[in-house]
Design a protein around this ligand. Structure first.
Ligand SMILES: [Fe+2]
Length: 387
């Protein structure tokens, strides 16, 4: 076996001995920080370091529950700077942590598409296309969060060249019928819980409205599904009012959850195990590990919102099938008293009081009041993807 083949063989068998996946070895070899744990309180400020080959600063975020499932990577582009074009063989979703930028996307034989984006923008770069990013401002860095399924893919084909130096292109993905490739997303015909937005570009997830009630998860919450054309990638965003919290629930791993607006915290715990409290505000990120219960709490005077970027459907966890409801969701009357006591304590630190209706703790079938005329998004029989 040649030295190169031997190295490839070792990489391909990388998951066997020490619990690391092939992707982990590649990630750790890039020479930039890897941030671990259960949550990142502020993606805007975590340490990044120069990533020579990409000519920008970068860091990886690999939280418990993401391993082997999803990549989350920060890149930071200096004021006035741009990074060299590159091609990537997989779909990639990008969320703007901070700053303003210009993206250019193309493939052989397809004209370049350029578009501007700003804080909390969300967009998809189709698989196999070239992309180039530039900082549109001269006075501040541009910081991006990249999300893709490279960890899963590398377990099948461990050679990085397959993903970063692959000439297989999908020009058809860059030539949509009708709208411009990066036209602002539009509301799609109702699917699942009633509101789906479809497109390659979401201007500002902190300001995105037109959600529908999500009655099954409590807290007076609303939800919207995010769907990208021709891609398995997607997610949803939930918005819930001040002084309330959602029901505890659980599902599969790998969701990259970021906070576009609001202030609060989430509690995550394995059944019967220690509880992790993840405080959050705009720019925070967390991932509930596989089959861990988790619950979201708003301790501010404004609505809170979280954007959950989904893993591959194979990892969904199917948590909201009706027959599984009792095992996968904790109704308010069944929750530990500590949950609401801590909520009141945390609100007290802000001079606030709980707005949870007393009946919600007594009536298993309590129906949150929503405005007249709002369509129902309740669909507890729908497949879960971390909703
Ligand atoms: Fe969830």
């Amino acid at each position: 076996m040649t030295q190169q083949a031997d190295a490839q063989d070792q990489i391909a068998r990388g998951g066997a001995g020490d619990g690391k996946y092939v992707y982990d070895r590649w990630m750790e070899a890039q020479g930039v920080p890897v941030h671990r744990g259960y949550f990142i309180e502020d993606l805007k400020t975590i340490e990044v370091a120069p990533w020579g080959e990409r000519e920008c600063d970068a860091a990886f975020v690999q939280l418990s529950g993401m391993e082997g499932v999803a990549e989350a990577r920060i890149t930071e582009i200096a004021p006035k700077a741009s990074v060299p074009p590159m091609r990537f063989a997989l779909d990639e979703v990008i969320y703007t942590v901070s700053g303003w930028g210009i993206a250019t996307v193309w493939a052989e034989g397809v004209a370049k598409h350029s578009f501007e984006f700003g804080p909390r923008s969300l967009f998809l770069i189709p698989r196999g296309s070239y992309r180039q990013f530039a900082n549109a401002r001269g006075d501040q860095p541009l910081r991006l969060l990249h999300n893709n399924y490279l960890p899963v893919a590398m377990s099948l084909e461990p050679d990085p060249g397959f993903y970063f130096n692959n000439s297989y292109a999908h020009p058809e993905l860059l030539q949509p019928k009708g709208d411009d490739l990066y036209a602002v997303a539009k509301r799609a015909p109702a699917m699942g819980r009633g509101a789906t937005w479809y497109g390659n570009f979401f201007t500002d997830m902190g300001a995105w409205e037109d959600l529908v009630p999500h009655r099954a998860r409590g807290g007076g919450g609303h939800v919207v599904d995010v769907s990208f054309p021709n891609s398995q990638m997607g997610g949803h965003m939930s918005v819930f009012p001040p002084g309330t919290y959602k029901k505890g629930h659980r599902h599969g791993p790998g969701r990259v959850i970021v906070i576009p607006a609001g202030e609060g915290y989430s509690i995550m715990w394995p059944e019967g195990g220690e509880k992790i409290v993840a405080p959050w505000h705009e720019g925070s990120m967390f991932t509930p590990p596989d089959r861990w219960f988790h619950q979201h709490f708003n301790v501010s005077v404004t609505p809170a919102r979280y954007l959950a970027l989904a893993p591959l459907p194979q990892f969904s966890g199917w948590s909201e099938d009706v027959e599984d409801r009792a095992r996968n969701q904790i109704e308010y009357p069944a929750e530990e008293l500590w949950i609401r006591e801590k909520f009141e304590e945390e609100l007290g630190k802000h001079g606030l009081k709980s707005l949870m209706p007393a009946e919600a703790y007594e009536n298993l079938d309590y129906k949150w009041g929503y405005g007249e005329g709002e369509e129902s998004g309740a669909n507890i029989g729908a497949r879960a993807s971390g909703k």
